[in-house]
Write a protein that binds this ligand. Structure first.
Ligand SMILES: CC(C)(COP(=O)(O)OP(=O)(O)OC[C@H]1O[C@@H](n2cnc3c(N)ncnc32)[C@H](O)[C@@H]1OP(=O)(O)O)[C@@H](O)C(=O)NCCC(=O)NCCS
Length: 210
């Protein structure tokens, strides 16, 4: 029996047979014109499934110009969220007070920089992390709990702290290059599941033969 079902709203069934309702597959509960989300990426929160977009990225409005792009197999822990570029107040004048947001005719600061936030595939974002506007997090990266990520994160880096700094690289550069080339996240799900022992044990030779 397959382990994953890309169509599920709540993908986790607990050992006692109950659905774990706090975890949702993002793609199946979010319908937002500025968000793009890949299959199997999940997030855990205690709100209703239909509130997920607002909890994940509270300042990404349907009228925002920036995008939040999240790849496949991304794991986002409870309490983590994205501050996207629409969250910024104007900072070039003598006040940051956003006078123009109060009326529909003037809403939106068109002169503020628009920066997309991009999360690659197979990224693990730990508990209570905040991801700042315009950040790109590379494939396979890990964000430590309670981090504030304000700068780009390279693929397969582990970052942590406020501001998040490099804790270590997960693998040597040549292995990372091979993993990026392999791009297992683009395989059909049955091929991924058939090769799970090699993925889980880190058997690169077996993965390359798959
Ligand atoms: C990032 C993480 C995976 C690292 O795990 P690890 O490799 O076992 O880490 P270690 O405990 O050996 O620590 C390695 C270094 O990272 C630092 N570090 C660990 N967690 C950190 C954090 N949250 N913020 C900042 N630095 C952190 C440690 O201080 C240590 O630094 P040092 O080498 O200078 O002493 C883990 O600390 C973490 O944050 N996990 C997230 C768990 C989580 O949020 N789960 C939610 C449900 S999915």
């Amino acid at each position: 029996m397959p382990l994953l079902d890309a169509t599920a709203t709540h993908p986790i069934t607990l050992p006692d047979g109950r659905l774990y309702r706090d975890t949702v597959y993002l793609k199946n509960v979010i319908d937002h014109p500025r968000m793009e989300i890949g299959d199997f990426s999940y997030y855990t929160h205690s709100g209703e499934p239909e509130d997920t977009a607002g909890i994940l990225a509270p300042y990404l409005f349907r009228s925002s110009l920036e995008r939040l792009v999240i790849g496949k197999f991304v794991q986002i822990a409870r309490g983590s969220y994205f501050i996207t570029s629409s969250a910024n107040h104007p900072m070039t004048g003598f006040t940051a007070y956003p006078f123009r947001i109060f009326k529909p005719e003037t809403f939106g600061y068109k002169d503020l920089p628009v920066r997309d936030t991009i999360v690659g595939h197979d990224v693990w974002i730990g508990h209570n992390a905040a991801i700042m506007p315009g950040v790109t997090i590379g494939h396979g990266a890990i964000v430590a709990a309670a981090s504030v990520v304000a700068r780009d994160v390279p693929p397969y880096a582990v970052v942590g702290g406020n501001p998040a700094g490099l804790i270590r690289m997960r693998y040597p550069a040549e292995i990372i290059a091979e993993l990026l080339e392999l791009a297992w996240w683009d395989w059909p799900i049955d091929k991924i599941e058939a090769n799970l022992p090699a993925l889980e044990s880190g058997d690169l030779a077996a993965l390359k033969r798959a």
